[in-house]
Design a protein around this ligand. Sequence first.
Ligand SMILES: Cc1ncc(C[n+]2csc(CCOP(=O)(O)OP(=O)(O)O)c2C)c(N)n1
Ligand SMILES: [Mg+2]
Length: 532
Amino acid sequence: MATVREASYELLRRHGLTTVFGNPGSTELPFLSGFPDDFRYVLGLQEAVVVGMADGYAQASGRPALVNLHTAPGVGNAMGAIFNAQANKSPLVITAGQQVRAMTTMEALLTNRDATTLPRPAVKWSYEPPRAQDVPAALARASHLAAMAPRGPVFVSIPMDDWSAPADEVPARQLSERAVAARVAPDAEAVAGLARRIAQASRPLFVAGPDVDASGGWEAAVALAERCRVPVWAPPASGSGRIGFPEDHPSFQGILPPAIAPLAETLAGHDLVVVFGAAVFTYYPYVPGAVLPEGTALVQVTSDPDEAARAPAGDSIVADVALTLAALLEQVPEPAGAQPAPRPAPEPAPPSDPISASAAMAALAEVFPPEGIAVVESPAATLALRNQLRLSRPGSYYFGAGGGLGFGLPAAVGVQLARPERPVVAVIGDGSLQYAVAALWSAVAHDVPLTVLVLRNDEYAILKWFAEFEGEMGAPGLDVAGIDTVAIAGGYGMRARRADDADALRECLSDAVASSAPELIEITVAPGMSLA
Ligand SMILES: Cc1ncc(C[n+]2csc(CCOP(=O)(O)OP(=O)(O)O)c2C)c(N)n1
Ligand SMILES: [Mg+2]
């Protein structure tokens, strides 16, 4: 008779969950013992690293990823990363070991006392199976739920003695064979109504957000924008984990500002705004004003019911974004007017010593391969990167939409594991690198040929900018001078170099991108925010 462990591995196999991101403890050993040959274990040395790697892997592969954490302390360490994964709509099946059932009532060491409450509210479902025999069913339910819109992390706590218990043969096998088709097509009337509104609008504008990319709607978004001859914007950068439209396309006009009043001002003069696959809108900081300018109507297309329900203005259609784009494409007529004028090419950054973050991003753009992927966590240089790099292919950009640092470096490892054929460059601030720095070790240990570019300004530049913007001066703790990132990377066994100027940076970057080993490059950049 099969054990719960055997039945569970068979189920995970059928669900394609054969890569396990984890950091083990005694309570996880009964799951891991006899680890099947066709499974891969990716070790992270701290739980922020584990979940960050799984987040990048799940997003870049488009499929749920499996995480295994060490009971309450492991989940506690992981919380910031789970929060990020939820904002990223990253489908993670997060499991954690639990004390043996016979000793949870007396609270033996490592008992996860209130296991299902601990990861809330950052997971959309949290569960501890009532019997050992229910573990496969819990894993099946978790995997289906994680993959359904809105995608996101789910949690299952598993008592350590469950794994060796005899499984319920038939239900476990039935569960393994079930498939759930979860993409929801839009209501035909709603699509016809939106197509009519687009056709009748005199100056429509599109906003293409992260779920255009995640849903596979990239080409349809380009075709629809070209057909309708509308300008396309990206939603505010700080809350967008992916880009939804080629940023070098002539229809693409730029990134909306992140505060209420300036965002509304940018939309002024357009009588219809259609937002595809984004929240309306992820604002910060607070600059009050009307959400929409006078005379502007808005329609949001989102697969996330909550995103639709909480929007402060406009109408919403809840459905798969790619399916809705395809349905619209069949219905909108081609208008008479001209295509929008393309925005200018990026300005060359003026020379300075040290170079500006913009100049560093321009150097990166010069050597960035067309099939490259950028994973970004360099707060004061994000806009410069977006402007200089102008990424043009689907699945080319990952950014922590939750705003929690510690996503970028491990996510880049996960993205590179999922997409070995595309070179991944992580662009990380000197402060941000420290939140999940042990991901450097995972990149080396698992031979992940990632390039890490660290922008060193010895400060939390974005916070200084923010302080000035808010008029809150004199805060301590905004300088991080003296971190020798090259030495740290060396300590983890990673090849690491310092580039002294833009020429050296280009050379180091081309080498690292072409190499099949992980490499880190540090460049000192001028302090402050780089906006373009
Ligand atoms: C987990 C977490 N802690 C703290 C912050 C607050 N925070 C936002 S940006 C930032 C500074 C980032 O510094 P660095 O990576 O050097 O980027 P720079 O601003 O210099 O470009 C900090 C501390 C955060 N976003 N997440
Ligand atoms: Mg910095």
